[in-house]
Design a protein around this ligand. Structure first.
Ligand SMILES: [Cu+2]
Length: 229
């Protein structure tokens, strides 16, 4: 750890220093925790401690659960670390091989182009049942948010995020929820969040950094679907 000329505290993370203002230190801490958890789960003593019949039951049960919670959304981008980080702030994971330069990214920051399409949620539309959870994983090189947004019926729930330069370029009005980093927390590269307990109906999500990144999750019970058919 150390301080630079700008007074930022820097952390050693992913074989490079990152300032204590972004995702770097959170990311490495979570990776360490995840590795520790993985070790516990694969501990042979724990596995041996479970009887064969019980093991069979657990395996059967976990397959059932996995089927029920299969929904997933990948957060994607293609940031090129060399050009994105040239301004002095670590915007893009220095080890990430994105390939889209800041110049290429900026060329599509117009209201008509609506941002670079490599910055997106995949899939952008999901149908789940009420008990189903959604795992949202950041596979990009930048920090993103997956923030639920809403608006009165007939109005678009989507809007600008918390990066003024991006909002201005796209001529978007900032959404209030995006201005609060505790309500719209950053998901660092490699991290994931789980969305659960969504009510029946249509839910809208967007990135509060890159406001063209949108997703819709429709929650509908199977019973209801059967009645429709
Ligand atoms: Cu984003």
């Amino acid at each position: 750890m150390g301080k630079d000329a700008r007074g930022l505290t820097w952390f050693w993370s992913n074989n490079c220093f990152v300032p204590d203002e972004g995702w770097g230190n959170q990311s490495s801490r979570k990776t360490v925790e995840a590795a520790a958890n993985a070790r516990n789960l694969t501990n042979p003593v724990v596995t041996l401690g479970i009887g064969i019949a019980l093991t069979a039951l657990v395996v059967f049960w976990s397959i059932g659960v996995r089927d029920a919670t299969a929904a997933g959304v990948k957060i994607l981008d293609r940031c090129d670390p060399a050009t994105f980080n040239a301004g002095g702030t670590v915007l893009c994971d220095p080890t990430f091989d994105g390939g889209v330069t800041l110049e290429e990214f900026s060329e599509l920051l117009t209201p008509s182009a609506f941002g670079h399409p490599a910055w997106r949620f995949n899939a952008p539309y999901l149908e789940i049942d009420p008990k189903e959870k959604v795992r949202v994983t950041n596979r990009g090189g930048e920090g993103h948010t997956f923030t639920e947004v809403s608006a009165p019926e007939g109005e678009s729930p989507f809007g600008g995020g918390r990066i003024e330069a991006l909002n201005t370029a796209l001529e978007l009005t900032p959404l209030e929820i995006c201005q609060d980093a505790t309500k719209a927390p950053l998901i660092p590269p490699g991290d994931s969040v789980q969305i659960k307990g969504l009510s029946e109906g249509t839910h809208y999500f967007q990135c509060c950094i890159h406001p063209w990144m949108h997703a819709i999750i429709d929650v509908e019970s199977e019973d209801k679907e059967h009645k429709h058919h």
